[in-house]
Design a protein around this ligand. Structure first.
Ligand code: 5GP
Ligand code: ZN
Length: 119
């Protein structure tokens, strides 16, 4: 499951669909959400196709850990205000009842002054 042909986020990670890139390395890709809920709203994804958190096992713990470590660092680079007065919201959706619309694992990172559209 390194890549899924009909997956929009696989295409974004490969550069086949344009996005506003925030960060990229061998394993991860981050880009601004096309419909932001907050002044800063970007997504961090693994480059490999993992459908959701429901498919994650212990072999992916380090990769997921890296995503969580990147979230506040990238948020600060994108202009989010510092903890504790500022801060960020980190959200991941899993399955339809969890609100997941794109079935390639992603972490939403949101921040900036409130009010926000959602969240
Ligand atoms: P989910 O509801 O699956 O947790 O979140 C998917 C997110 O991906 C949504 O917030 C949506 O706005 C964003 N999104 C969907 N398609 C695209 C796209 O083509 N480009 C970008 N940049 N974001 C997208
Ligand atoms: Zn994918």
């Amino acid at each position: 499951m390194s890549h899924s042909d009909n997956c929009i986020f696989c295409k974004i990670a490969a550069g086949a669909i344009p996005s506003r890139k925030v960060y990229e390395d061998d394993e991860l890709f981050a880009f601004h959400d096309i419909h932001p809920w907050a002044p800063v709203h970007f997504l961090i994804i693994p480059k490999m196709h993992i459908p959701s958190m429901a498919q994650v096992g212990p072999e992916l713990a380090a990769l997921l850990g890296r995503m969580m470590v990147m979230a506040p660092q990238l948020a600060m680079e994108q202009g989010c205000n510092a903890y504790p007065e500022g801060g960020i919201r980190i959200l991941t959706t899993t399955g339809a009842e969890g609100g997941q619309e794109v079935h390639h694992l992603h972490v939403h990172v949101m921040g900036g002054p409130r009010p926000w559209l959602k969240g």
